[in-house]
Design a binder for this molecule. Structure first.
Ligand code: ADP
Ligand code: MG
Length: 260
């Protein structure tokens, strides 16, 4: 099952958001020191443009998830500013950020059907049953899971579970889509298929995306721009061609396996 091109999700994009057309993220000198003294993120400056697919790439432990969690409002920066649409958002609670997040373990509700999982954010937001059902089936068809709405997550394949998680994330038309290693628990064939599906879907939606991975190939194939981190420090930012062809540091060159 693949993305059904005949069933366009464009109606779910920013054109349908009612006036809200911009979603940008700016990190200004953002630093995170955890209580135990761990310096996880060290003075990061980064701009994510409207509609851009930005990949945060780096080895395990370099601070990628911490950056993402600060954008989502799940962690507060120790110093510096996280700005959303040009305004400082350090204290803005997660639920007020119009952000959707997809994690590695999908975090689906096992006792609910696929349809109810996808509908859940709409129900929380008080959307009436009728537009809710229609929206859920539109999103599900676009993701190729229209025929499994009545099943429970335990009755799905890994790829289908990932699509349900994505459906649940986009159903409320977020302005910003955050994904933390969403494919790392899947086998390599499925990973390749879902890479293409995720980049196609986010581009069709026009939704600004920050995507975290430690996988170089994933980053270089999916990104509009790649931000490469090492030990909490941003090493390089640029298009895949730029960072691969003209790496800013020896570390970046070695990490990406750039030709010398
Ligand atoms: P990544 O996602 O790139 O693997 P993380 O952002 O999860 O990296 O972690 C960055 C660093 O911060 C690591 O050294 C990690 O052990 C540490 N860290 C993450 N969360 C906490 C926490 N709540 N308390 C203390 N240290 C943490
Ligand atoms: Mg992580």
């Amino acid at each position: 099952q693949t993305h059904d091109p005949g069933h366009s999700l464009v109606g779910f994009g920013r054109r349908a958001l009612g006036g809200k057309t911009v979603s940008t993220v700016t990190l200004k000198d953002v630093t995170k020191v955890f209580r135990d003294g761990t310096l996880a993120v060290d003075s990061i400056n980064l701009d994510v443009n409207d509609g851009e697919f930005m990949v945060l790439l780096g080895p395990s432990g370099c601070g990628k998830s911490t950056v993402l969690r600060m954008i989502a409002g799940l962690e507060e920066p120790t110093t510096g500013a996280v700005m959303l649409d040009g305004e400082v958002a350090n204290d803005l609670p997660p639920r007020d950020r119009r952000i959707a997040m997809v994690f590695q373990d999908f975090a689906l509700y096992p006792h609910m059907t696929v349809g109810d999982n996808i509908a859940f954010p709409l129900r929380l937001a008080g959307v009436e049953p009728e537009p809710r059902g229609e929206r859920v089936s539109d999103v599900a068809s676009a993701l190729g899971i229209g025929d499994v709405l009545a099943r429970k997550p335990g009755q799905l394949s890994g790829g289908q579970r990932q699509r349900v998680a994505m459906g649940r994330a986009i159903v409320r038309r977020p302005g910003l889509f955050l994904m933390d290693e969403p494919l790392s628990n899947l086998d390599s064939g499925l990973r390749a298929e879902l890479r293409a599906e995720i980049s196609g879907l986010t581009r069709e939606l026009g939704v600004t995306t920050v995507y975290v991975t430690h996988d170089q190939a994933e980053a270089l194939t999916m990104a509009d721009r790649v931000a490469i981190m090492r030990r909490g420090v941003l090493q390089d930012v640029g298009t895949p061609t730029q960072v691969y062809g003209r790496p800013a540091t020896l570390y970046v060159a070695a990490f990406l396996g750039s030709p010398r």
